[in-house]
Design a protein around this ligand. Structure first.
Ligand SMILES: Nc1ncnc2c1ncn2[C@@H]1O[C@H](COP(=O)(O)OP(=O)(O)O)[C@@H](O)[C@H]1O
Ligand SMILES: [Mg+2]
Length: 363
């Protein structure tokens, strides 16, 4: 059990510009924290600094109340699971699971107990005598997980452990890892570029972009109140629609149409008369006429540019002049390409961002 605290953590490689800057983050005891962001934003670097595999250029990292900046990885009481599995190919599953414990001088009887417990939890009992090459990708990843859990570490670190698996197996393993963490109650930091993985797995998620922390919160907090345009765009599928507009007497004047401002934002907009804002509308908050809506609404007529069938619904990519709005409809009567479709916008669910700072306008 452990709290992990990052204080003003930064990283630079040689004389290059820093790849991580000013990260302040506390991962609570027994929390499942997901670090999410696009490829190259610094997720692995940050995780490797927590693990001790990468030097910390500036700031401090504490694990369980102890500053670990100068503590070697083996003494940090952590276990890491990688995308590549990193299993020893010439060893059996059992030997792979034993290995770390043997190195630590754990007594044989204790090793056997820990390994059989992990094998049972992960469904590896029948596979213990096989070599990694005789296993499927999902089974290999399970062995990698097993190797982490037999060590009973204070903290689990996961670096995109599911990225090599096919989509279906990924969803299954996602659930298994979540259950495992719930059962073992070990503080965990999980890195992924996949926002759906982040939303479904994390107690809280930390969104990272270009080496900077953008927002930390529960999946719902981040979804409902993205603090800036980057987060608003990154979280949610299909992504939020963005429309440039000008504040005009309590309304939002876009290029080809005008929307009423959300009631909660009127006070904040009073001082922004004539100023440019970015209007964010989630596809979920645009519906076809006749559907149930919440709060004030506005109707727009859109031109249909594209219809994507998902099975249970279709995604309509519509436009109004130069602005695009995507939303979902019942799949049975989709509108025609190039035709017109009426869409109802739930105005009180609109998100507003300052066009210059890209920050959320407080409500
Ligand atoms: N050993 C290294 N030397 C120099 N630059 C590196 C090194 N490792 C990573 N980087 C750079 O740091 C940035 C963050 O990389 P990384 O943490 O791997 O991103 P992510 O895991 O989010 O995809 C990238 O721009 C990458 O090129
Ligand atoms: Mg990475």
């Amino acid at each position: 059990m452990a709290i992990v605290t990052l204080h003003e953590v930064a990283k630079r490689y040689g004389d290059n510009p820093p790849v991580i800057t000013g990260i302040d983050l506390e991962i609570r005891d027994r929390e499942f924290m997901v670090l999410v962001g696009p490829s190259g934003c610094g997720k692995s670097t940050l995780l490797r600094m927590i693990a001790g595999l990468e030097e910390i250029t500036l700031g401090t990292i504490e694990i369980g109340g102890r500053v670990v900046n100068d503590v070697p990885p083996k003494d940090r009481d952590i276990a890491m699971v990688f995308q590549s599995y990193a299993l020893y190919p010439h060893m059996s599953v059992r030997e792979n699971l034993d290995f770390g414990l043997k190195l630590r001088g754990t007594p044989r009887a204790e090793i056997d107990r820990l390994v059989s417990e992990a094998a049972k939890v992960l469904g590896l009992e029948e596979l213990l005598e096989r070599r990694p090459k005789e296993l499927s990708g999902g089974q290999r990843q399970r062995v990698a997980l097993g190797r982490a859990i037999v060590r009973k570490p204070a903290v689990f670190l996961f670096d995109e452990p599911l990225s090599n698996l096919d989509a279906k197996l990924r969803v299954q393993m996602r659930a298994e890892i979540k259950k495992l963490q719930h059962r073992l109650q070990v503080t965990s930091v999980y890195v992924t570029h996949d926002q759906v993985e982040a939303m479904t797995m994390g107690h809280r998620i930390a969104v990272l972009n270009a080496g900077k922390l953008q927002q930390v919160g529960t999946p719902l907090e981040v979804y409902e109140k993205p603090e800036n345009l980057f987060v608003a765009n990154f979280i949610g599928t299909p992504p939020m629609n963005f429309i440039r507009a000008t504040v005009s007497d309590g309304t939002l004047a876009a290029r080809g149409f005008t929307l009423p401002a959300p009631a909660a934002a009127r006070a904040a907009l009073a001082s922004r008369q004539g100023k440019p804002v970015v209007v964010g509308i989630r596809p979920e908050n645009v519906v076809e006429p006749g559907r149930r809506t919440t709060g004030a609404t506005a109707q727009l007529q859109l031109t249909v540019d594209l219809v994507e069938t998902l099975g249970d619904e279709v995604v309509i990519h519509g436009s109004k002049g130069e602005d695009q709005i995507a939303f979902k409809m019942d799949p049975h009567n989709p509108p025609e390409f190039g035709g017109k479709v009426d869409a109802i916008v739930e105005v009180d669910r609109i998100h507003l961002f300052d066009a210059e700072t890209e920050k959320r306008i407080a409500e």
